[in-house]
Design a protein around this ligand. Structure first.
Ligand code: HEC
Length: 154
């Protein structure tokens, strides 16, 4: 009987590991040490990007920006968002983090994996195809679906 329970818990562990990996990747550790953009403020409240944000690019993504937005497989870009409180010169509380990771298997979203996370780093479950890809396709189809450019990292 005991071994049956051990088997069951092992099984459920496997399932949860598989499901969470398929549904959403985790936030890369240590992204705050990557190359960081200038501070950016979006004051249009109807925008998903309303607030203050910073873009972070890992080594591969930095090379991709320098090559005028041609990114190698595995490149990772993270954006961290903060609310605007009373004074826009000061970052309010963090509210969201998003990730793009170059992954050729993600054919529906231009060969990029799109994922979003809450301030606590947990997946927020937004659908990449319906929530994310539209804007990137519209604004950056000629730029490997990456809207920002090397100018944002000056
Ligand atoms: C309303 C349009 C819009 C939607 C929807 C949107 N984005 Fe973006 N995204 C942008 C814009 C505009 C930028 C460039 C920001 C800048 O230059 O500072 C951007 C930048 C990014 C970047 C940095 C790389 C780049 O393309 O510049 C990542 C990563 C990102 N978005 C992920 C996501 C994810 C994940 C989602 C879905 C949860 C999403 N985006 C939905 C407009 C959008």
């Amino acid at each position: 009987m005991k071994s049956f329970f051990v088997f069951l818990s092992a099984l459920s562990f496997c399932f949860s590991a598989v499901v969470s990996e398929a549904a959403s990747p985790s936030l890369p550790k240590g992204y705050s040490a990557w190359k960081k953009s200038e501070r950016k403020i979006v004051t249009d409240k109807s925008s998903l990007f309303y607030g203050i944000h910073y873009i972070y690019a890992d080594k591969k993504a930095q090379s991709g920006y320098l090559a005028d937005n041609k990114f190698a497989e595995g490149s990772r870009i993270v954006v961290e968002f903060f609310n605007i409180k009373d004074n826009p010169a000061v970052d309010g509380p963090k509210n969201m983090v998003v990730l793009m990771q170059k992954d050729k298997r993600q054919k529906a979203t231009g060969g990029w994996l799109f994922a979003s996370f809450g301030a606590d780093g947990k997946p927020s479950g937004l659908d990449p195809v319906t929530t994310c890809f539209g804007c990137h396709q519209k604004d950056a189809a000629q730029k490997d679906f990456v809207i920002s450019t090397k100018k944002d990292f000056k």
